[in-house]
Design a protein. Sequence first.
Length: 324
Amino acid sequence: MPFTKIIGSGSALPENVVSNDVLAQQLAEKGIETSDEWIVTRTGIKQRYIADSHIKTSDLATQAAQNAIKEAGIQVEDIDLIIVATSTPDHIFPSTACIVQSKIGNKGAAAFDVQAVCSGFVYALTTADSYIRAGNAKCALVIGAETFSHIIDWQDRSTCVLFGDGAGAFIVKASDEPGILSTQLNADGSLHTILHAEGTICHGKVQGDPFLRMDGQAVFKKAVVSLEQSALEVCKKANIASTDIDWMVPHQANVRIIQSLARKLNIDENKVVITVDHHANTSAASVPLAFDVARKDGRIKSGDKVLLQGVGGGFTWGSVLVQM
Ligand code: ACO
């Protein structure tokens, strides 16, 4: 059975950077109080990238995909599987993956979306790995892309300061050399109300609350416990200790969740990739965005063992352990 090897990555961010101070000023004009000090202390977030309302998730996804394709040195027609992880798709249908396929100029690859909120990218990468190991695909484009700013209630200070927009993409290929070593996905649907955007369209009208709502403390506690358990399981499956991991690339929601997780796993903080300060929480895009930053700046190198982890609405969580 072949391995699944990451042969390229790419990312994309909207042009508009909004610092905490600028956001606090914008909210103050609407009578909503927040501060850089509150946001940094509670979350580690210093700024976020916000897409204009005409920018769609597929625009960011396509840019990230094109950067990954270029880095991998493949032809667009080599891709036989396209998976986009997103909870902010362009349309109800067709899938954002099909829109991206059209924009990059690929024809014939299987293309579909995966919806697991902030765990979406590890769900999508695990799906691509399963296709490749089973011999059903040879070269996959896996993308995490979101425009969460479009589903945020900008009157709700407990959520609107937390999120940003962006996209990250991997090209993964069948290989005889080790790549993805183990994967682990989980969900607990009974917790669907602690993080949700439950509105839907019915008879041409929005029914229910269209905005993201979150019980922050419940999510925080569940995230730390789930990610620790998931990390230990993927390490056990690959027969390595958590201390053998060279780089940890967890979902970027809150620096306190990440630090607490690293402590529990006995992983040195210098081995943890943190981009939440710059990107804020970009949901399904956060893991591939953070990975791409650490790969491009030379931290993640060939041969390194990297732990990718997602956690989010559903409630969902999961891990992918990969050798570069
Ligand atoms: N600015 C100033 N004050 C605020 C703000 C704000 N932006 N937001 C809330 N507050 C106030 C609250 O009103 C409250 O005031 P009170 O004490 O007078 O009632 C106080 O700050 C404390 O609020 P808490 O909600 O208790 O704050 P907490 O310390 O729990 O931090 C946070 C909130 C940052 C959201 C935290 O709970 C968290 O990070 N949770 C996890 C989020 C997460 O990981 N999400 C990932 C999944 S995302 C996905 O799947 C899409």
